[in-house]
Ligand binder design. Structure first.
Ligand SMILES: N[C@@H](CCC(=O)N[C@@H](CS)C(=O)NCC(=O)O)C(=O)O
Length: 230
C-alpha cells in the first residue's frame, strides 16, 4: 500500500498512528506538486479528486481519501492490534474526540495558519487573540471528554491519539511560540496530563516528533516568503 500525505497536516497523522501500531507495510509519500498551485496537483487529482491529504492506495490501485474513512478501513482490513475501544460507548467517545479536533480545533486555527503566511504587519491583535480564544475554547471541549488515565479513551492507545497529538503540537507549542499567546493548556488539567502522557508513548512520541519537525519547516518557509513579500 501507499499513503499520500504530508507530515505537517494533522489529518494523515491519524492514519500513520494505525500504520505504526499495526506494523503495516505502507510506502509513505508526499503527493507530487502538492504545495504548488491547484493545476500542478493534476496527477494527484486523478488519484484523489478531492485533492487533499491523506489518500491510501491499495496494492491493486484502488484509492481511498479522507483520514477517518482510511482509519476505519485499516481497522476492518487489519484488525490486530485494535486501535478502537471494544465497547460501543468507548468507540463513540473516540470518534467524538476526533470530531472535536477536526471540526472545532482545526477550524479555530485556520485564521492563524492564514496569518502565519503573511508579514507581521498584518498580525492584528484582534485576529490573533480572537483565534487563540477560539482554540482555547475548542481545547476546553476536548478537556470535557478526554480520559483521566493518560489515554484519550478506553484505557489504551486508540485512533483518538492520532487526531489529538498533532493538534496539541500546534495549539500548545506552535501558536504560543509564533504569536506570543498564553499557554492554552493552563486550566485544562486532564488535557495537560494527557499531553505529558502521550509524549512518553513511543508511537505518539514519533507522531509528535514528525509533526514538530514538519511544522518547523513550514513555519520557516512561510516566514521567508512573508519577509520576501513585505
Ligand atoms: N477531511 C479531510 C481533511 C484533509 C485536509 O483538509 N487536508 C489538508 C491539509 S491539512 C489538505 O490536503 N489541503 C489541501 C491543500 O493543502 O492543498 C481528512 O480528514 O482527510
Amino acid at each position: 500500500m501507499k499513503l499520500y500525505q504530508t507530515y505537517a497536516s494533522p489529518f494523515p497523522t491519524r492514519v500513520r498512528l494505525l500504520i505504526y501500531a499495526k506494523g503495516l507495510d505502507v510506502e509513505i509519500i508526499e503527493p507530487p506538486g502538492f504545495h504548488a498551485s491547484t493545476e500542478a496537483k493534476g496527477d494527484y487529482l486523478r488519484i484523489n479528486p478531492i485533492g487533499r491529504v491523506p489518500t491510501l492506495v491499495l496494492d491493486d490501485g484502488r484509492a481511498l481519501p479522507e483520514s477517518e474513512v482510511i482509519c476505519e478501513y485499516l481497522e476492518d482490513a487489519f484488525p490486530e492490534p485494535s486501535l478502537r475501544p471494544a465497547d460501543p460507548w468507548g468507540r463513540a467517545r473516540m470518534r467524538l474526540l476526533a470530531r472535536i479536533c477536526d471540526f472545532y480545533v482545526v477550524m479555530a486555527m485556520v485564521p492563524l495558519f492564514n496569518l502565519s503566511a503573511r508579514s507581521r504587519r498584518h498580525w492584528t491583535p484582534e485576529v490573533v487573540e480572537g483565534a487563540a480564544a477560539k482554540v482555547a475554547e475548542a481545547l476546553g471541549w476536548l478537556e470535557a471528554y478526554i480520559g483521566e488515565d493518560g489515554f484519550a479513551v478506553g484505557g489504551a492507545l486508540s485512533q483518538a491519539g492520532g487526531a489529538i497529538a498533532p493538534q496539541l503540537v500546534l495549539a500548545a507549542e506552535w501558536i504560543p511560540a509564533a504569536f506570543g499567546t498564553p499557554d492554552p493548556l493552563l486550566g485544562l488539567p486532564k488535557l495537560s496530563a494527557y499531553w505529558r502522557a502521550i509524549q512518553a508513548n513511543p508511537i505518539c512520541a514519533r507522531l509528535i516528533a514528525e509533526t514538530r519537525e514538519a511544522i518547523a519547516g513550514v513555519a520557516a518557509q512561510a516566514k521567508a516568503q512573508a519577509e520576501a513579500r513585505a
